[in-house]
Design a protein around this ligand. Structure first.
Ligand code: C2E
Ligand code: CA
Ligand code: CA
Length: 476
């Protein structure tokens, strides 16, 4: 075409005009070529994350698709895996120091690249990478390689950043065992990643049981949100008597119940951790606290003025900055006298930030609220820290109480716990007493209060009224 054009011009125009036109044409060609290069450069830029230089998610999707079709066509002799890696550890600390962060991110990606070659991509988050494990002989091979990656990411960085060490969570799913499509594989790698983060384990390979558990949990999450939105529909508070050595009811622990239309009764041990994770436990907690206090007020009004109520406080509830005001607000609005509300905290709750916890506990206690250390013996159980926290009551965990009359070791532990509590001026309460023999041992060894099925499980509000009115709990 070009030649045709110049040939035609040769016939019609003088030679210098033709030369000029040729020159302009060459210039245009040059220009065009440069533009094409720049377009390619821009395209490349658009396809890469500027901070890490890694190809972006869209390219990963396409590439995983190709890899899948290629492994499918070669039969089942090789496996293909995909991984989702999220940074942790010091990453959170340096996240906001922009420059250093960029270099270290880049270097981290580079370490992974040394192991998987070009099979690393940037996800939509800066701290998350997508991986393809191609042409692996078997699942062991995948795990081995994944281990190498975890190890490489978790090494200290070089000076001057040698005080920085990232950790990571890596979730893996493997074709054909955990899915045959891109969506399935990625979805399951994501579930493995969530599991990895939840349990603080750096490497998790998906399995079916994990999938079932995850989906069930998702269901509980959705349903719980709905229940809360619809005014705590299906949720109720039950009360379990706290009984002294003479069989007298001294108080009650408020325990939440959830009756779900389809799933039936869901144990708080299953849904409270979910509520905790999604931040809903604060609403539930406030609701329980208010209800429990109102119930206690009714008992007081009916003449049982010595009774107290004990309410569980979850870690994130305890963490609320305005916790003391909130609790004070509830007590005041219900019109309860001092010293009849006990809050139950676990060791994990107070150990997270001990100094703040101690200050908060003092504020609560100076308001007249009592504090109980729940599930004692299952956590850190360091005796020395206990003194600093000044709980009013020590709740000996059920695991030491069950068959305590038959187990020498548990007997020693319970005796030590009671002695220590006494030395620190704390009351003791044994949880989960189911048998007469357990009760006898506990009472003989100076335990102040017990709680358990021997006397009564947690009962609905109207039954609890009958229990309270009887004044004494009868061992069954
Ligand atoms: P927890 O605070 O240790 O509560 C005691 C648990 O032991 C209750 O289980 C109670 O029903 C059970 N129990 C009591 N006596 C016996 C017994 O003799 N034998 C046996 N085997 N079990 C006994 P539940 O009600 O399923 O509660 C489980 C956990 O859920 C509670 O453990 C507590 O941590 C949490 N929870 C319950 N209600 C609330 C709430 O309103 N707020 C918060 N944050 N957590 C709650
Ligand atoms: Ca409790
Ligand atoms: Ca407990």
């Amino acid at each position: 075409m070009d030649n045709e054009l110049t040939d035609h011009l040769q016939d019609a125009a003088p030679a210098d005009e033709i030369r000029e036109l040729r020159r302009q044409l060459d210039e245009l060609r040059d220009e065009h070529q440069k533009l094409e290069i720049r377009v390619a450069e821009y395209q490349d830029l658009l396809n890469r994350n500027p901070a890490t230089g890694l190809p972006i998610r869209r390219l990963f999707d396409a590439e995983l698709g190709h890899a899948l079709s290629s492994v499918r066509s070669r039969g089942r002799r090789r496996v293909l895996a995909t991984g989702l890696l999220r940074l942790d550890g010091d990453y959170a600390r340096i996240k906001n120091t922009r420059d250093r962060n960029r270099v270290l991110l880049y270097k981290t990606a580079d370490r992974i690249r040394e192991i998987v070659g070009d099979n690393i991509y940037q996800s939509d988050r800066l701290d998350e990478f997508l991986l393809i494990f191609r042409d692996m002989p078997n699942t062991d091979g995948v795990e081995l390689r994944a281990d190498q990656i975890v190890e490489a990411v978790s090494r200290f960085h070089e000076p001057p950043a040698d005080d920085v060490r990232f950790g990571c969570y890596l979730g893996i799913s493997i074709y054909p065992y955990h899915g045959t499509t891109r969506e399935e594989l990625l979805g399951n790698a994501d579930i493995a990643l969530i599991e990895s983060e939840r349990n603080g384990v750096p490497l998790v390979v998906y399995d079916d049981e994990m999938g079932v558990r995850y989906r069930e949990r998702e269901y509980i999450e959705t349903e719980l949100k709905l229940a809360i939105q619809s005014g705590f529909d299906g949720l109720d508070l039950h009360y379990q008597p706290l009984v002294d050595g003479n069989g007298r009811i001294r108080g009650a622990e408020a325990l939440i119940r959830w009756d779900h239309g389809e799933l039936g009764r869901i144990s708080p041990s299953r849904f409270i951790p979910v509520a905790e994770e999604i931040g809903a436990v604060r609403f539930i907690g406030q609701w329980s606290l208010y209800r429990a206090c109102r119930q206690l007020k009714q008992w007081h009004t009916a003449g049982y003025e010595d009774l107290y109520v004990s309410v569980n406080l979850s870690p994130s509830q305890f963490k609320q900055v305005d916790l003391v005001e909130r609790i004070g607000g509830v007590i005041e609005s219900v019109g309860l006298p001092e010293r009849c509300l006990t809050l139950e905290l676990t060791e994990t709750t107070v150990m997270e930030e001990p100094e703040e916890a101690i200050a908060k506990m003092k504020d609560l206690q100076s308001m007249g609220v009592r504090l109980a250390l729940d599930d004692f013996g299952t956590g850190y159980s360091s005796l020395s820290y206990l003194r600093r926290f000044e709980f009013d009551t020590l709740k000996i965990d059920r695991s030491f109480v069950t068959n305590v009359d038959m187990n020498r070791n548990d007997q020693e532990i319970v005796r030590a716990m009671v002695a220590m509590a006494k030395a620190f001026g704390m009351q003791t309460l044994a949880e989960g007493v189911e048998r007469r023999e357990e009760l006898d041992f506990l009472m003989e060894n100076g335990c102040d209060l017990v709680q358990g099925f021997l006397y009564s499980p947690a009962v609905v509000q109207h039954e609890s009224v009958a229990l309270v009115e009887s004044g004494f709990a009868r061992a069954r």
